[in-house]
Design a protein around this ligand. Structure first.
Ligand code: KIV
Ligand code: ZN
Length: 525
């Protein structure tokens, strides 16, 4: 009989640890709500002790998102666990996930602890978390490079202290499928009490084996797979949620497993995560890439026309991929836009809706056909924009053969206006320099990418910019029918993410400390 696999989504925790990603509270809640519609079993909402922003986001998710278990990460440390609990105490179904390294590398060089101390810390962390909540997960970090016999003892201690899930992470993505299978089988056979808890796996993709390793472990009894949308995560990422789910779904004949995921929400979830994180999905990515269901060669097209099963192992509609119909025109009003947005799962506040409506009208004037993708892009741009951060109010730019490119911008932030003009090597350069002047934030450009949202020359441009601001990588994204405006929006979005991360505060504090040091020196003289 087929066995259920629980899907534990870590997009908002491990996924958010990908370089350059920094989601604000509103974006995280938006993603968590979509994950609930996707019907994942567990949402790992964040690591509350890591920053005030993470704490607030986990708390907001715990308060607002219903359905899945909401999980909060903590090191095996009482203070971390207190913060984790403070953040998720409002959840309908809360879980604390605590972790500790068990490999010789980590114990010796990073933690400087003996194996005996690790066992003691495991016991203490799990029983401390257990005082707050029934559902406690324990992870032995770097499990795949740990001594299996030692791992058995650590997991046994965690279970005895009350852990309800024990997780086996391949933290550095080092394991091979047969090795990982052997490790998990060994745990299933040798850890006392294992039959009473959920065995979970958490695989990283450094060697491209995260999904294969997760499936190998599930075959020998693991019943929870940790994964992230679009395979986001530290370094090469985590096992991709859409691949794990569709692999189980498509090959149920062989794997004899199933999940509770609503696969028809996969495509929308992938797009939302990509738009809000600024991480584009590669066109040939399995399941959610633009080409995943495209058939280019004549032979394939011929086969598909005769019988879809000739070259298609999954139906695009099963992952929610539907042709984007045209459904709004320039005569559509606010109510029609609001209703369509809500139908697509976007709930904007009044101000956001008003801004989206103005942009929709401008677009409808320029384009004959406004598609689902256009509306989705505008909605996502609005979700990215927060009142307390810089907003683009106006911009103008001009150039021409032999002319010096020049741009003017007006930005606002909490009711204040910021204006500047600048010249540059091109129009994009000029507008970015004007924004730097207006915000007084300097960013070094690392990469710049532009993509068309729809087909045709009248498509909106979707710009992704990666900046280095005060030695922190931040990614910004912006859309507009005008590429220069899309670039300006992306640049402002990157600056706003740096503001949210507190990068500029750190700079101010460093300057203040330097000034005080100089003042002390002068006073001594
Ligand atoms: O990769 C890892 O080991 C982790 C743990 C916190 C589970 O992300
Ligand atoms: Zn991880």
């Amino acid at each position: 009989m087929a066995r259920r696999i629980f899907i534990f989504d870590t997009t908002l925790r491990d996924g958010e640890q990908s370089p350059g990603i920094s989601l604000n509270v509103r974006e995280k809640v938006e993603i968590a709500e979509q994950l609930a519609r996707l019907e994942v079993d567990v949402i790992e909402a964040g690591f509350p002790v890591s920053s005030p922003g993470d704490f607030e986001a986990v708390k907001a998710i715990a308060k607002n998102v219903k359905g899945p278990v909401i999980c909060s990460l903590a090191r095996a440390d009482r203070n971390d666990i207190d913060w984790a609990w403070e953040a998720i105490m409002y959840a309908e179904r809360p879980r604390i996930h605590t972790f500790l390294s068990t490999s010789p590398y980590h114990m010796k060089y990073q933690l400087k602890k003996t194996p005996r101390q690790i066992i003691e810390m495991t016991r203490d962390a799990v029983s401390y978390a257990k005082k707050y909540v029934e559902s406690v997960e324990f992870s032995a970090m770097d499990a795949t490079r740990s001594d299996p016999k030692f791992l058995y003892q650590v997991y046994a201690a965690a279970i005895k202290a009350g852990a309800t899930t024990i997780n086996v992470p391949d933290t550095v993505g080092y394991a091979l499928p047969d090795e990982f299978e052997e490790l998990v089988r060994g745990i299933m056979e040798n850890v006392p009490g294992i039959e009473d808890v959920t065995v979970s796996v958490h695989c990283h993709n450094d060697l491209g084996l995260a999904v294969a390793n997760s499936l190998a472990a599930a075959a020998v009894g693991a019943s929870q797979i940790e994964c992230a949308v679009n395979g986001l995560g530290e370094r090469a990422g985590n096992a991709s949620l859409e691949e794990v789910v569709m692999l189980i779904n498509t090959r149920k004949d062989r794997v004899e497993l199933f999940t509770g995921v609503n696969t028809r929400e996969i495509f929308q979830t992938s797009r939302l995560v990509s738009m809000l994180t600024g991480y584009p999905v590669q066109p040939n990515k399995a399941i959610v890439g633009e080409n995943a269901f495209a058939h280019e060669s004549g032979i394939h097209q011929d086969g598909i026309l005769k019988e879809r099963a000739t070259y298609e192992i999954m139906r695009p509609e099963d992952v929610g991929l539907v042709e984007s119909e045209i459904y709004l025109g320039k005569h559509s009003g606010r109510h029609a836009l609001k209703a369509k947005l809500e139908e697509m799962g976007f709930y904007l506040d009044d101000k956001g809706l008003e801004r989206a409506f103005i942009r929709f009208k401008e677009l409808a004037d320029k384009k004959k056909e406004v598609t689902v993708k256009d509306i989705e892009a505008i909605a996502m741009d609005e979700i990215r924009t927060l009142e307390e951060l810089f907003q683009l109010e106006y911009m103008q730019s001009s150039s021409g053969s032999g002319a010096i490119p020049i741009a003017a911008v007006i930005l606002s932030r909490e009711g204040k206006r910021y204006e500047a003009t600048a010249t540059g090597d091109g129009q994009v350069d000029a507008v970015c320099k004007a924004i730097q002047k207006a915000t007084k934030v300097k960013g070094k450009l690392i990469s710049y990418q532009v993509q068309a949202i729809t087909k045709g020359l009248d498509s909106m441009g979707d710009v992704t910019i990666k900046l280095d601001i005060e030695n922190h990588e931040v990614v910004g994204r912006g859309v507009s029918p005008d590429i220069i405006e899309a670039s300006a929006r992306a640049y402002i979005n990157a600056i706003n993410r740096a503001v949210q991360k507190g990068v500029l505060e750190k700079k101010k504090l460093a300057r203040k400390a330097k000034r005080e040091k100089i003042a002390k020196k002068v006073a001594k003289k």
